[in-house]
Design a protein around this ligand. Structure first.
Ligand code: HEM
Length: 242
């Protein structure tokens, strides 16, 4: 090597570099399952709060509409009008996307790992897998419908901005509104029942003695949420709320 010359050092290319811990975590099956469990628990927390908020409809229009208004003013004066709501929306969106992408990738991985891949006889996914897959798809479609119905009011013919009580009553005054919500609420219940149980397993909370308690907790939570959500359309249909 001649004096005064520097050897050319090759910069490591993107592919030569060690993948980051986050990337390694996301690539692993256990990492994807953890993402599903944590995002699922975030959405579950939101659903519990949302269901309890919905029950305010039984205390009259003023209380329910005031609650709708509070959703936009929460966090003030530290935060600007509706910033906290937008924060919740961003977290929920990340949770929904993370949950869906991880679920899809795990199911692809599961199919690829089957030993009878080249045998023509197809193995049917288990009942739980099929319920979770279809339940997830129904819920994703429901969320789009629900936002168009009660947030943007696009598909809610008789809706008025700033009047959530009247808008909910308008939704459940149509047969298709009731059908869409009742199917979705049953899907929510089934999804939570199995999902809560799976999340507990992934996060390592299950052991032989705690399994029964966890299963009962999953059943109770699913039942409570489904009944709480369903009480609103039932109340409108029976005239308790009008
Ligand atoms: C009978 C059942 C339900 C009723 C009556 C109901 C009612 C409402 C209402 C009135 C709003 C609008 C709040 C506002 O902007 O003032 C809303 C928003 C929302 N609901 Fe529901 N909901 C129900 C079930 C569900 C379920 C099962 C989910 C999730 C799977 C869900 C997810 C959401 C989301 C993500 C928003 C948007 C919040 C926002 O960003 O403004 N809801 N709901």
């Amino acid at each position: 090597m001649a004096l005064g010359t520097r050897t050319e050092e090759k910069k490591p290319s993107r592919t030569d570099r060690q993948p980051s811990v986050i990337r390694l975590f996301w690539r692993s099956t256990v990492g994807k399952k953890a993402v599903m469990a944590v995002s699922g628990l975030i959405m579950l927390g939101y659903l519990v709060a949302h269901m309890m908020g919905n029950l305010k409809i039984f205390f009259g229009a003023d209380e329910f509409n005031a609650y709708g208004h509070w959703l936009r003013t929460m966090g003030e004066p530290v935060l600007h009008y509706s910033w906290a709501l937008w924060l919740v929306r961003v977290v929920l969106l990340l949770a929904v996307v993370g949950h869906g992408v991880a679920a899809y990738q795990l199911s692809r991985r599961d199919i690829a790992a089957r030993p009878d891949k080249y045998v023509h006889r197809k193995r049917r996914p288990s009942y739980a897998t099929r319920t979770m897959r279809w339940g997830g798809i129904i819920l994703a479609l429901f969320i789009v419908w629900h936002l168009l119905d009660l947030t943007t009011l696009t598909v809610n013919e008789n809706a008025r901005p700033g009047h959530p009580y009247e808008n909910v009553v308008a939704t459940f005054s149509t047969w298709y509104g009731n059908v869409v919500y009742i199917v979705a609420m049953l899907a929510v219940g089934l999804h939570i029942r199995h999902g809560f149980w799976s999340a507990a397993q992934t996060l390592g909370m299950g052991n032989a003695t705690r399994d029964r308690v966890l299963k009962t907790a999953a059943d109770g939570l699913a039942l409570l949420l489904t009944a709480g959500f369903l009480s609103v359309p039932v109340a409108v249909m029976t005239g308790v709320v009008s």
